[in-house]
Design a protein around this ligand. Structure first.
Ligand code: SUD
Ligand code: ADP
Length: 299
């Protein structure tokens, strides 16, 4: 008996970050979009609990913990505890989402694990409970369940779907050496001790999404973590300039980085930008459209 669940990478079209709260988390006003780079997770009934991971060529297998710290096992233990059942099952994850790349790869796996465990064990957990468990595991995980395009507030865990009927073309350039999310937020604190309590509002991106015009969205994209990410990794600034010179409408650090994403005007535009970046020596260049679905059963 087994089940396979697919979960998507996310990017932040808007990431407004306010001054750190007393609990250390930063208040956010963000617009997430799930894009077509996926991890697939298969759960098979077993007596023990374990995870094996198979990674795409662009991912360092050593970057993914294979023991109890893997977020897939943390998700299974949390849901099993909530339901009062033993935490057992053999998880197999096929990873295409860059690790520690600012694309919520771990969050996608956690969301997929919650859905797979719930369905395989027929737990019938309510959507509200699944979202609450997801938020306990990590700020981005509720969005990985919901997918599409959505606004995130609080520390990013309060998710409201956003109308986004158009399809957008993205090129993503991951970097083999990840950047830790807490390190980038800590650097934001150093660079912006005067950050406002209320984060920059997402309305300009929401208005641009409604037009369906790539140029309007390109102008509205906003990421308050881009400055600290580039300060820690100056080569990311060069990469953004290169992609824009190769025809992208706009390049931006994805979340806390170091993946850089480029918005393009069309499929042809994305192909040309990707070819230009590859030609300039960037070995791994991924092309995807968004929005796509959140964690869902595929087999
Ligand atoms: C920056 C963002 C933007 O979507 O994504 P990534 O770039 O990591 O993918 C998120 O805020 C990452 O969310 P996620 O990776 O789930 O974070 P969590 O596990 O909840 O928290 C990890 C650490 O990040 C910091 N953190 C996270 C969220 C938040 N609103 N404020 C924070 O300061 C804290 O230091 C926290 O201990
Ligand atoms: N299944 C998993 N996939 C990826 N990373 C995981 C997983 N489980 C735990 N981790 C840990 O979570 C960290 C953050 O990973 P990830 O979610 O990919 O990054 P980001 O928050 O930048 O999108 C990694 O450095 C890794 O040590």
């Amino acid at each position: 008996m087994s089940i396979t669940v697919r979960a998507a990478a996310k990017i932040n079209l808007h990431l407004g970050v306010g001054r750190a709260r007393e609990d250390g988390f930063h208040p956010l006003d963000t617009v997430y979009q799930a894009i077509g780079i996926h991890d697939d997770l298969t759960l098979t009934a077993a007596d023990d609990l374990g995870v094996t991971t198979h990674v795409a060529a662009h991912i360092d297998p050593a970057a993914v913990p294979d023991g109890p710290d893997n977020i897939v096992l943390r998700a299974a233990r949390l849901l099993a505890g909530h339901a009062g059942v033993p935490a057992t099952g053999a998880f197999e994850v096929r990873k295409d989402i860059p690790v520690a790349g600012g694309m919520a790869g771990g969050s996608a796996d956690a969301a997929a694990a919650l859905v797979a465990y719930d369905r395989l064990r027929d737990l019938r957990t309510s959507d509200d409970d699944l979202l609450a468990l997801a938020a306990e595991l990590g700020s981005d995980i509720p969005f990985s369940l919901v997918g599409g395009t959505a606004r995130g507030t609080g520390r990013g865990e309060q998710v409201t779907p956003v109308e986004d009927p158009h399809s957008w073309w993205w090129v993503a350039v991951p970097t083999s050496d990840g950047l830790s999310t807490p390190a980038v937020y800590a650097h934001f604190d150093r660079l912006r001790p005067d950050a406002p309590v209320v984060p920059a509002p997402a309305e300009p991106v929401l208005a641009a999404l409604a037009t369906g015009e790539p140029l309007r969205l390109a102008r509205a994209l906003h990421n308050d973590l881009q400055e600290p990410a580039i300060d820690l990794r100056p080569e990311l600034g060069d990469l953004i300039a290169l992609g824009e010179a190769e025809g992208a409408l706009r390049g931006m650090v994805s979340g806390s980085g170091p993946t850089v994403v480029f918005l393009c005007d069309s499929a042809d535009g994305a192909r040309a930008t990707a070819a230009g970046l590859s030609g300039a020596g960037h070995g791994v260049v991924l092309t995807a459209t968004g929005p796509v679905a959140g964690a869902h059963v595929v087999a």
